[in-house]
Design a protein around this ligand. Sequence first.
Ligand SMILES: Nc1ncnc2c1ncn2[C@@H]1O[C@H](COP(=O)(O)OP(=O)(O)OP(=O)(O)O)[C@@H](O)[C@H]1O
Ligand SMILES: [Mg+2]
Length: 203
Amino acid sequence: MPKVIAITSEKGGVGKSTLAVHLSGALAERGLAVTLIDEDGRVGSSLRWARRREEGLGFPVVEAEEVKPKKLADLDAVVIDTEGRPRRKDLRELAERADLILIPSGVTALELESTRELLDFFEDEDAARRVRVVLTRVPPTGQAADAARDDLREDGWTVCNTMLRTYAAYQKAAELGVLCRDVRDPRAAQAWDDVRRLAREVL
Ligand SMILES: Nc1ncnc2c1ncn2[C@@H]1O[C@H](COP(=O)(O)OP(=O)(O)OP(=O)(O)O)[C@@H](O)[C@H]1O
Ligand SMILES: [Mg+2]
């Protein structure tokens, strides 16, 4: 059975789809069989990202309604991209289905506050052990991200070692319907390197 990796957040626009698409891409690059399930469907979603180019992203991106459980059984990984501000009921369902729940979070005080709310929710659901925070849109300078990571860890939460730093290549990738690896940008390789390292932590 595949490892089911769900990506969710309390706040919208934190980088879920960016993480979902790139994590899937990095796993696929290593030869793993991965499918990305888009449970969002709105403008910035993974599905629209994949449909921007005829050749797609190199791995299947499907709507929740299209999913055939039998077809998923042989995969190595299923990545689930979700909508922002999910309902508690949907989160509960997600917690039941997922082997791993990734919560991307920015490092500002407000973003961390909403991430902590979500962490508390998963703890109440007895799913805290399956949850990991991915710090994302990390500023290129300053100590805010290290401080955020240390604080979360001190409180017992699991935070991925790898952080996704802020790179314009991610935004360009979304606009072009590709991975940041395939964007013409002086820092594209650095952005892709973050993604690959993160993927190694996850699977
Ligand atoms: N590491 C990053 N560096 C620079 N820009 C980023 C990074 N991660 C995400 N972004 C940008 O932030 C914006 C929001 O990202 P994304 O669409 O992935 O968030 P989301 O959580 O999926 O949003 P929604 O809740 O609407 O689904 C996009 O413009 C994206 O390009
Ligand atoms: Mg999204």
